[in-house]
Design a protein around this ligand. Sequence first.
Ligand code: 2E6
Ligand code: F3S
Length: 341
Amino acid sequence: MTSTTLDPRVSGPEAGGSSIDKRVLLLKPRGFCAGVVRAVDIVKIALETFGAPIYVRKEIVHNRFVVNDLIEKGAIFVEDIDQVPEGMRVIYSAHGVSPAVKEQSKERKLKVIDATCPLVTKVHVEAIKFAKQGYSLVLVGHRDHDEIEGTLGEAPDVTQVVSSPEEVQSLVVPDPNRVAYLTQTTLSLDEARDIIKALKDKFPNIVGPPSQDICYATENRQTAVKNVAHKADLVLVVGSTNSSNSNRLVEVSNNLNTQSYLIDNSAAIDPKWLENVSTVAITAGASAPEVLVEEVVSYLRDHGYGSVEEVEVMPENVRFGLPPEIVQAIKAAPANTAATV
Ligand code: 2E6
Ligand code: F3S
């Protein structure tokens, strides 16, 4: 773990009284993952090269600020494909879609750009493979989440969703020796481990994915919280309430007995949370923009937290390429358009 002091300042009385012991630990990695950078870039570049309106099925990523910013730029967010006028351009969200949604898009003659995170696509490919090989599939995840809806749709007749070890007990499958499991990409590593253990106890011959489905960004952000929570009195997680990976970060901290809250932005901070708190750790879910983290740091500075130290728990340098439709659109764009990657 490395630790870098960013702009260390001890604030004066104007910053909220005695602050010598008040500090902020800024966890790293935090915020945007490679899949979110890619998805948001896709919408921005599509707007710049094709022009508004561009339809987006579901929130491109689960963050209110990101979605509102793209609405201002001309994106139109819809819940269902039948809300997109025939022949128009539609972008699928980073969480992926089921084959049924792709079929609906074809029927409406939509021009599709797929912003599904490649690590979600990897889970879809595994689901298709296991189903073709005749396995019953157990999908570990949250039933009402967009990602699970999409993955489940690959093989709905042979797939069951479980979200706790208790639910594993009531699973019934045609052949207990031919069962495979997959997981949502943004689960708690600890919870997933317990559920997978319950699955292995019930189905000793169960097979899983070649490498874990929980993605690198989910794992790294949880590991950072685990490493630093014991040094903090409070952990603030920047992220929206429907963001699975952000909620998991709050749980990780609370499970370690360091009080944690999920906040959309600095306006959501209740000053009471800061009573008798000398060290605040800040992290951000994979869909939360850095500008919102900066706002939170600035709020805390104004409340006497004069020292801001970035704590890098591990390096993270993942990047994903853009889909072919977008690469071609960039190539075809006149030199004076703003479409850049
Ligand atoms: C797609 C897949 C996984 O709610 P969740 O954590 O899944 O999603 P976001 O949008 O908050 O985070 C990024 C993401 C996109 N994670
Ligand atoms: Fe993809 Fe993981 Fe981000 S699945 S969108 S890299 S949180």
